[in-house]
Design a protein around this ligand. Structure first.
Ligand SMILES: O=C(O)CCC(=O)C(=O)O
Length: 259
């Protein structure tokens, strides 16, 4: 959806619920090549590592702090996402990191309930003025473990997290209480759909019990005013992000430029 503009209604939804789903942010011609690129990307395969869930199943991801000449980086830099993120968070944003998420058929594990700020708090970020955008590269549905969110949970503030498997899990007592009071939404998505979500919104996903992979790219941004007080932390400190116009990103995605 070249020329996407964040509307007032979407901004209000993000403020009230902590997330907003934009269908078709990237169109079929832009996103379809990415599925094959991810599947064939040897560099990515060698970088990807597993994160065990509470049941011992692994979900894979490759985390990148740097931007390169790649279609992945073009998505991170896109006006459609980075520009929108700046408007949602009300400040200039910079690239905190991005990650390719790979939930393999039948064996891809779950993500336990957490807030991203439950992780990022420990990196010297004073404020939860951070957010992510998940772009579906393959269809995401209940069978292959789509993202689930608790709308409004970002207003709970940071919840304590404990380690389970290789992951951080939000305090289960608080999550149960939250689920008694708030809805649980399954974010089923088609390739090219984008979910913008606040760093304090509680989210999780189930294991992939289907025969299809669930692939997505998550771009994570921090606000300029929230430059971490720890230098050389797990993810980078502030540096300006060059945001690319739709046409440039679209051309790169359609060419299926290699990483
Ligand atoms: O991709 C998923 O299913 C969940 C990923 C997630 O929760 C995260 O990266 O914070």
């Amino acid at each position: 959806m070249a020329g996407f503009q964040l509307g007032e209604q979407m901004q209000q939804q993000f403020n009230a619920l902590g997330y907003v789903l934009v269908e078709g942010l990237f169109d079929q011609a832009e996103i379809s090549g990415l599925f094959d690129i991810v599947q064939a990307d040897q560099q990515l395969a060698s970088e990807a590592y597993g994160k065990r869930d509470a049941a011992g199943y692994e979900t894979k991801l490759a985390v990148r702090n740097q931007l390169a000449e790649s279609p992945y980086s073009a998505i991170v830099r896109s006006e459609r996402i980075a520009g929108t993120m700046g408007r949602l968070l009300g400040d200039e944003v910079y690239h905190y990191h991005h990650k390719l998420m790979i939930k393999e058929p039948r064996v891809g594990g779950a993500w336990e309930w957490h807030q991203d700020y439950g992780y990022w708090y420990n990196n010297g970020c004073l404020f939860p003025d951070m957010a992510s955008c998940l772009v579906a590269i393959s269809p995401a549905n209940r069978a292959n473990g789509c993202l689930q969110v608790i709308p409004g949970s970002h207003k709970m503030g940071r919840v304590e997290h404990l380690t389970v498997g290789d992951q951080f899990q939000a305090d289960p007592e608080r999550v149960s209480a939250a689920l008694e009071r708030m809805e649980l939404i399954y974010c089923e998505m088609q390739p090219g759909d984008a979910l913008f979500f606040h760093s304090n919104v509680l989210h999780r996903s189930d294991a992939n019990t289907s025969n299809d992979p669930r692939l997505s790219i998550i771009s994570c941004y921090n606000s300029r005013h929230n430059d971490p007080f720890i230098e050389n932390g797990r993810h980078p400190n502030y540096s300006p992000l060059e945001i690319w116009p739709d046409e440039r990103v679209s051309t790169i995605l359609k060419q299926g430029a290699t990483t």
